[in-house]
Design a protein around this ligand. Structure first.
Ligand code: DC
Length: 237
């Protein structure tokens, strides 16, 4: 049963602009569920990379993938420290899905219409009871076009590349900054130019440029917007 006091918060934006950081922080602060939809596309990509020939230019054999899609089960498991891990057919793949290779494959595979439709149906089911913060590329435009609160995040490509670079270094990888920047730009291009549900700001989304905001400043701003929305009469329509 949907809880009428709760809302759906849709967060969209470019890659590496901190969507999941703010989405997780907001969900924690207000006691909502959090769903990282990028992780779902990454799981499909990891499955493909493990089981089929794949290249960024050629993609994957779509007939092969269509046959197997029903056998790709994605779920989320809450960890004792409060974090969430992504499971692919019950295997914890949280670490494996966060590489550049899987991110690039996910960006390619997420252009396939039947993959998107399958993911969107699962995402909509997760939001049926409200009380949800979901982040991705098409949450405010396709998954929950009637979400009570929509945020669209952005930051400059250089700042996003630096964040991604630092994250990869933190994981023990040795990235090249220019490659990471080129990758950010390529991914932006693919995400905004694909035919199926391209990334775009919903008309009623609040734009937040976090290039020069600390995570704490951003959370404070988002909580103010959230509370205003919750207290506005239109929120529970
Ligand atoms: O947010 P992310 O980097 O984990 O997402 C990985 C890829 O998945 C990204 O290139 C675009 C795609 N994606 C999408 O098309 N739609 C979503 N709702 C979420 C992610």
């Amino acid at each position: 049963m949907p809880d009428n006091n709760k809302i759906v918060v849709a967060i969209d934006g470019y890659s590496s602009c901190g969507k999941s950081t703010i989405a997780k922080a907001l969900a924690k602060a207000v006691g909502y569920k959090y769903v990282d939809t990028g992780a779902m596309y990454r799981c499909v990509a990891l499955y493909v990379l493990r089981n089929a020939p794949f290249s960024l230019q050629q993609g994957v054999d779509e007939a092969w993938l269509q046959d197997r899609l029903a056998g790709i089960h994605i779920s989320f498991a809450l960890q004792p420290d409060g974090s969430q891990h992504t499971l692919l057919n019950n295997e914890d793949v949280e670490k494996q899905i966060r590489t550049l290779e899987v991110g690039n494959a996910a960006s390619q595979i997420s252009t396939i219409g039947f993959v998107r439709r399958a993911m969107v149906a699962q995402q909509q089911a997760m939001g049926a009871d409200k009380g949800l913060v979901m982040d991705g590329r098409d949450i405010g435009t396709v998954v929950f076009p009637h979400a009570e609160l929509k945020l669209f995040l952005t930051a400059s490509p250089e700042i996003r590349a630096q964040r991604r670079f630092d994250e990869l270094v933190g994981k023990g990888e040795k990235p090249d900054f220019n490659e990471v920047l080129a990758d950010v730009r390529d991914r932006d291009y693919r995400d905004t130019h694909r035919t199926e549900s391209p990334l775009r700001q919903a008309e009623d989304a609040v734009l937040i440029d976090n290039s020069h905001l600390t995570p704490e400043q951003q959370l404070a701003e988002v909580l103010t917007i959230f509370n205003n929305r919750l207290n506005s009469p239109a929120a529970n329509n």
